[in-house]
Design a protein around this ligand. Structure first.
Ligand SMILES: Nc1ncnc2c1ncn2[C@@H]1O[C@H](COP(=O)(O)OP(=O)(O)OP(=O)(O)O)[C@@H](O)[C@H]1O
Ligand SMILES: O=C(O)c1ccc[n+]([C@@H]2O[C@H](COP(=O)([O-])O)[C@@H](O)[C@H]2O)c1
Length: 201
């Protein structure tokens, strides 16, 4: 079985994440996509992060009607911050017959050269990259590593996929400012966030 590992903070999961996961199942030979909820991205501050189990619950709510998508809490019991190289080693041992590939947005490929053992990851795993509108800061970042990564034979860029200028941080801020985010989040996710009063303070 070919499994796309879609790692993320998912704080919270939004429709962009679902469109990306579905795009991978729909347009590639991946049998399933596992949405791996990361307790702590090594390159991000943990400050505005919702509890791990709430972010996992939101992912489960979002994908409940899609058999091709799974939520994974595999990183909850692994060392933190959540280094992807460690998780991949663990998953490979646990599921020796699965073929794992990685899924990420373009912003993550841009900083991929800062990840632990990124060269080894790239050598061993295919990476499917979803295009993303980049911020000015991201565009200004050193381009050399990015260009080298973009041209690597294991990197597959989903060129014809629709661009989405949606992010969890935009949604968190919009909720804080009492804006209507109903079309940016799947219905059950919106309900859960609303009932729990998340991101309001
Ligand atoms: N709109 C988008 N277009 C392309 N890729 C995206 C988009 N939103 C998220 N991703 C990708 O999904 C993965 C998980 O992203 P993450 O959970 O950090 O969401 P985010 O919207 O980027 O969050 P935040 O705004 O808090 O940084 C990353 O690989 C990220 O690049
Ligand atoms: O392994 C690393 O060094 C590394 C560095 C930065 C990010 N990651 C992982 O990349 C994933 C995407 O993170 P995020 O916050 O953009 O959703 C998440 O699982 C992080 O743990 C991993």
């Amino acid at each position: 079985m070919k499994v796309g590992l879609y790692f993320g903070s998912f704080n919270p999961i939004h429709i962009g994440h679902l469109i990306i996961a579905n795009h991978m199942v729909d347009t590639t030979d991946m049998d399933q996509v596992w949405m791996v909820v990361s307790p702590h991205n090594p390159l991000k501050k943990k400050k505005s992060l919702l509890e791990d189990y709430h972010r996992l619950a939101l992912v489960n709510e979002a994908i409940e009607d899609n058999d091709n998508l799974r939520a994974s809490d595999i990183e909850f019991k692994l060392e933190q911050p959540s280094y992807t190289a460690n998780t991949l080693a663990y998953l490979k041992e646990k599921h020796p017959t699965h073929e794992f590939v990685l899924i990420m947005g373009e912003d993550n490929l841009r900083t991929f050269h800062k990840w632990k053992n990124y060269e080894q990851i790239l050598e061993r795993y295919e990476i499917y990259v979803y295009p993303r509108v980049l911020t000015v800061q991201e565009l200004e970042k050193e381009k050399t590593e990015y260009n080298t990564l973009q041209d690597h034979p294991n990197v597959h860029f989903c060129a014809d996929a629709p661009l989405m200028k949606i992010s969890s941080s935009y949604i968190r801020k919009a909720i804080k400012n009492e804006r209507d985010v109903r079309y940016l989040l799947p219905q059950p996710v919106l309900k859960y966030i609303d009932e729990m009063n998340f991101y309001k303070g």
